[in-house]
Design a binder for this molecule. Structure first.
Ligand SMILES: Nc1nc2c(ncn2[C@@H]2O[C@H](COP(=O)(O)OP(=O)(O)OP(=O)(O)O)[C@@H](O)[C@H]2O)c(=O)[nH]1
Ligand SMILES: [Mg+2]
Length: 646
């Protein structure tokens, strides 16, 4: 089912035409019928003998009710522009055309009404006026059909033009997450809350649990009706009345959205591609107070532009809303001035909730951003292409499946299947903790950046083990935790190595400078009088600072990581010295023996100051166990913990 929507100036015969076409009076309210003027949206079914059907939305023409017109306009597929043959195009004829030019209208038909009152000359004049008023608008070149709602002249011809337009429409996405902007809410005795609206995309079935947004209330679909006819499921484009008994009528209103439960999250910021109207160029500032009409909602907010627009062309913009709403990429919206409520322009949502201010600031300043942004006008690219496009656009910002589904406007299950295929093809990469996805190209270029940062570091400071995750984070321009996740992933790929929390290229081995080597040989020289006594870390480093030994602290860490030195608190042992101390203790405790601290101290030939930390270190490594003042070897010596790197 698809939507035919009227548009045009007040009193030009829109509602009368809906009656002529459908037999239903779209003016629902007593007040409308009494005043002979449409105040709010009206709805009527239009069915053809061959089964083609449409919902007709009748809009008010009076400028005071343009907000109501806007609440229904977003769903219109086929525009029925109504022009009085006597009056010709008037102010709201033009305004409605401007509005609809920003929305989803695929086809337009122009009905010239009241021809029973007009002579041929007047009709010719009106046709000329219509041609010039519709030039360069959504109705440019549309068929003009003369009709009379009094005599019925031309109505059959108009019906057949509508029929042809309906069958020629491109399909709406039935497999997308369901999205229905609510335009009416009322209670039906014995049934509870009914909401009505046009299903913009997706499929709704009886029994579904949807979410009423932006409040997030779960809404169970008890029954569905299309113009009074019960149905088990509804395809996109349908005019629906949905019974959602568990929703409190007072907690739902026009402007809410009944949506698939997982893929949408309410947001107060929208990234859009905005096109200003010519007459708005004088009014628009970098921050302009506005009201946004999106779906059936009207929300006040601010339009943020990186610079004042000087010409009528699409530009990236951010909208800050005074209250959150849900939307999807590709959804259309209308921007009006806060006061007076002049039309300023319209736009297309680029991203509902992923967009961040930082990104707006960084990308919006780029010269030709429009050129590298996704082309949202193109025909349905399929779930895979949609997901890939989002990941490419997001760059080095991994997305969870759920966020990806929301941003790509596909069902989560469909995005899972798409991602699996993209991973199998090598076009997408998953990184862990938590599992999120990146485009392969950005993952590879991030690795190149990381590798070159590592190579630079290896060349500049050959004595250093490599880079910390934080250093890689700044090289990549990401936060530490993402850097750590990427590093872990590249490590799993075998592309980088790590030691003591320092990352390096796998073929790199730290090498001390001659100066460092001489300094450390000197600082940690073994005294033959007390061969097992350690050197002091503090003293050595103080000496290094005094003698301005380049990179001494990092070189020391490398020696520790390479197992050439062992540091226990302030005590530093050479590796062979440490091994000899260990052998001395093992000998003293051999064959199930035990010894006191002071006995072991004597065996080691060092003072208590050195012996205590060393023996405790052996305990901590699981070489020895302490029982009161006695130590013995852990019986299952093979289970000794591996030495922990400092
Ligand atoms: N003679 C004649 N009168 C018409 C025709 N169409 C509409 N009218 C009359 O024009 C007046 C306005 O018609 P509506 O159908 O209410 O106009 P509308 O465009 O819906 O008006 P709004 O909803 O208020 O914008 C009514 O009195 C209709 O009876 C027509 O084809 N011929
Ligand atoms: Mg009307």
């Amino acid at each position: 089912m698809r939507i035919v929507g009227t548009a045009g100036h007040v009193d030009h015969g829109k509602s009368s035409l809906v009656i002529s076409l459908t037999g239903h009076d779209p003016d629902r309210w007593v007040e409308e019928r009494e005043r002979g003027m449409t105040l709010d949206l009206g709805f009527a079914p239009l069915t053809f003998p061959d089964g083609v059907e449409a919902g007709v939305i009748d809009v008010p023409g009076h400028e005071r009710f343009i907000h109501n017109m806007l609440a229904g306009a977003a769903g219109i597929d086929v525009l029925l522009l109504v022009v009085d043959a006597l009056e010709g195009p008037r102010a709201q004829t033009r305004e409605h055309l401007q509005i609809l030019g920003f929305l989803n209208v695929s086809r337009s038909i122009i009905a010239l009404t009241k021809i029973d009152l007009a002579d041929d000359a007047a009709i010719e004049r009106a046709i000329g006026g219509v041609r010039s008023a519709t030039a360069d608008t959504v109705a440019d070149g549309a068929a003009i059909i003369s009709v009379s709602n009094k005599t019925g002249a031309g109505i059959e011809e108009l019906k057949s033009a509508i029929h042809d337009a309906l069958v020629a429409l491109p399909p709406r996405r039935a497999d997308a997450p369901a999205f229905l902007p609510v335009d009416r809410v009322f209670a039906l005795p014995g049934h509870g809350t009914i909401v009505t609206g046009t299903l913009m995309q997706g499929t709704i079935r009886v029994g579904d649990t949807l979410t009423l947004q932006p409040t997030g209330q779960p809404a169970r679909v008890r029954s569905l009706q299309i113009f009074g006819r019960k149905t088990g499921s509804a395809s996109p484009g349908s005019r629906l009345a949905i019974n959602v008994p568990n929703i409190d009528t007072s907690r739902a209103r026009r402007g809410d959205v009944l949506a698939a439960p997982r893929e949408f999250e309410a947001s107060s910021e929208l990234a859009i591609e905005f096109t200003p109207l010519e007459e708005a160029l004088q009014v628009l500032r970098r921050r302009t107070p506005i009201r946004v009409h999106i779906g059936s909602a009207e929300i006040e907010g601010r339009l943020l532009l990186s610079e004042r627009p000087t010409e009528v062309k699409p530009t990236h913009a951010l909208i800050e809303l005074s209250r959150p709403t849900v939307t999807y990429p590709g959804a259309r919206l209308i921007v009006r001035r806060l006061s007076p409520k002049d039309l300023l322009g319209g736009g297309t949502v680029v991203s509902g909730k992923l967009w961040e201010r930082s990104r707006f600031n960084s990308t919006v300043g780029r010269a030709k951003l429009g050129d590298d942004s996704p082309d949202i006008e193109t025909a349905d690219p399929g779930d895979e292409a949609r997901c890939l496009e989002i990941l490419v656009t997001e760059g080095l910002r991994p997305l969870s499946l759920r966020k990806l589904a929301a941003a790509a406007n596909v069902l989560e299950a469909a995005s899972r299947a798409a991602i699996e295929r993209l991973i199998a093809d090598g076009r997408v990469v998953a990184i862990a903790k938590p599992i999120e996805y990146l485009g392969r190209a950005v993952y590879e270029s991030a690795f190149e950046l990381c590798a070159s940062a590592l190579r630079d570091r290896h060349a500049d400071a050959s004595w250093r083990l490599g880079c910390s995750a934080s250093e890689i984070a700044s090289a990549l321009g990401v936060d530490d935790s993402l850097a750590a996740r990427l590093l872990a992933s590249w490590h799993d790929d075998g592309r980088i190595a790590v030691r003591a929390r320092y990352w390096r290229m796998p073929d790199f081995t730290p090498a001390l400078t001659r100066e460092q080597r001489t300094f450390f040989d000197d600082s940690f020289r073994i005294d033959p009088a007390t061969p097992l006594a350690p050197a002091s870390y503090t003293t050595a480093m103080r000496n290094a600072d005094d003698r301005r030994i380049t990179g001494a602290h990092e070189a020391f860490e490398s020696l520790v990581a390479a197992d050439q030195l062992v540091r226990i608190g302030d005590d530093v042992y050479r590796r062979n010295q440490f091994d000899r101390a260990r052998a001395t203790v093992e000998n003293a405790l051999g064959n199930g023996g035990s010894a006191t601290t002071s006995q072991l101290r004597v065996a080691l030939g060092v003072s208590r100051k050195y012996a205590l930390p060393l023996l405790e270190h052996f305990d901590s490594l699981g070489i020895t166990v302490r029982d009161g003042d006695l130590r013995r070897l852990r019986s299952s010596a093979g289970n000794a913990k591996r030495e922990v790197q400092v």
